[in-house]
Design a protein around this ligand. Structure first.
Ligand code: FAD
Length: 384
């Protein structure tokens, strides 16, 4: 790592830590309780450059690497998982355009994405299925210099507040295998493309997750990502590797916040004349929690490092996402156990950490799908 990158990383992390401590932590629980969108915080993240974290400097971004990206997501998640939502989903389109967009598309879209003037989302999952991407039903039919899109997307982060989406739709419904008929578009909201209902969630509250409705939505042919039909599946799978890095990093951040609260509380809470931290039952829990967090962090950094070296990281990102998300669910439950009744009530953020944790198990490809991806990569790597 160059000293310039090291310094840029140090600076952005210091800014993010201060933001989390001063701005996010004081308001997170209230936003979660009321399920209100933290518009001020999101605007502050735009001012800090977080919407353009990995977008190259020539397009107005900070041009940072995926290792820094993971560290930023971890820090933000220590304060409140939801605050990572708008920049996480945004980075999927940024990545897809940076890597697969035409020069004209990069020049047109990346500067607005870098400043956060444009707020992006990923329109992939549908009411009929998220895991079975090739089974999607949304279609885009060519009509002169445009495509006409019809269909519904569901569970879309930033669906209400976002204005531009990485839309996946079928331009060929007869081709086999079916994923080769999927094309990636840059789709801006407008006539024929609207947000539908908002979903009421267990956790990850305050951030909009909605339906998206496409009814004879017309999108210009120059908004096909990379200018070529049938490449959408590959583009989104590649971009989702970065999504899995950020999901793993978010899981580490939430788990770390739960652990920090638990180790503090265990030394203050006295039962039968002694702090509970002096009981072996509690010590063993703390030891396991810290070990698992450390392992998840190392897996996440390893995946991010490999991504920075330009390698495909299906295996590493899948492992990091799988392990970190399961770890987060376990650690947040243990932190709740250590807090006893106080862990279960809303006076403390422990129950929020616990409710937020399952998002990481489901989002960006469920953990069952990660196991399929990991196994496939292993069988390819160790083929006899
Ligand atoms: C809060 C939230 C935010 C989200 N944000 C976005 C977003 O911004 N953009 C977006 O496109 N999507 C988003 N998603 C959708 C998410 O990616 C999907 O929910 C996820 O991919 C699973 O799809 P599904 O819900 O349709 O479940 P299904 O695919 O129906 O799966 C149901 C169950 O079956 C299992 N399963 C499915 N197929 C197999 C198989 N072959 N083998 C073994 N098990 C299998 C799954 O693991 C799961 O346990 C979000 C979801 C949530 C909850």
């Amino acid at each position: 790592m160059t000293s310039q990158l090291e310094e840029a990383r140090r600076q952005i992390l210091a800014v993010v830590r201060e933001f989390v401590e001063k701005e996010v932590v004081p308001v997170a629980s209230q936003h979660d309780e009321d399920d209100t969108y933290p518009a001020d915080l999101v605007d502050m993240m735009a001012e800090m450059g977080l919407f353009g974290l990995t977008i190259p400097e020539e397009y107005g971004g900070l041009g940072l690497d995926y290792t820094t990206y993971a560290l930023v997501f971890e820090e933000l998640s220590k304060g409140w998982l939801s605050i990572t939502g708008p920049i996480g989903t945004h980075s999927i389109l940024s990545h897809a355009l940076t890597k697969h967009g035409t020069e004209a598309q990069k020049a047109e879209w990346l500067p607005g994405l870098a400043t956060g003037k444009l707020r992006a989302g990923l329109a992939l999952s549908e009411p009929g299925g998220g895991s079975d991407v090739a089974g999607m039903e949304t279609t885009a039919v060519r009509d002169g210099e445009e495509y006409v899109v019809n269909g519904n997307k569901l569970f879309i982060t930033n669906g209400r507040h976002g204005n531009v989406f990485f839309l996946l739709a079928k331009t060929d419904t007869s081709i086999e295998p079916a994923h080769r008929g999927i094309t990636g578009f840059i789709a801006e909201k407008g006539p024929g493309f609207t947000a539908g209902r908002d979903l009421n969630k267990l956790g990850y509250r305050g951030i909009d997750t909605t339906e998206l409705v496409f009814q004879d939505f017309r999108v210009s042919a120059d908004r096909v990502i990379g200018g070529e039909e049938g490449k959408g599946f590959y583009q989104v799978m590649d971009a989702l590797e970065t999504g899995r890095i950020n999901i793993a990093a978010r899981a580490v951040g939430v788990a770390q916040a739960a652990f920090d609260a638990a180790i503090d509380y265990s030394q203050r809470r006295v039962t039968f004349g002694k702090p509970i931290a002096e009981r072996q039952a509690i010590q063993f829990m703390l030891a396991e929690m810290a070990t698992k967090i450390h392992a998840a962090r190392l897996l996440t950094r390893d995946a991010a490092n490999k991504k920075d070296s330009g390698e495909r990281i299906d295996l590493e990102a899948g492992m990091a996402k799988l392990y970190a998300s399961e770890m987060c669910a376990e650690v947040t439950l243990d932190a709740m156990r250590i807090h006893g009744g106080y862990g279960y009530v809303k006076d403390l953020p422990l129950e929020r950490y616990y409710r937020d944790a399952p998002l990481m198990i489901i989002g960006e490809g469920t953990n069952e799908m990660q196991k399929i991806i990991i196994a496939r990569s292993l069988l390819k790597k160790y083929a006899v």
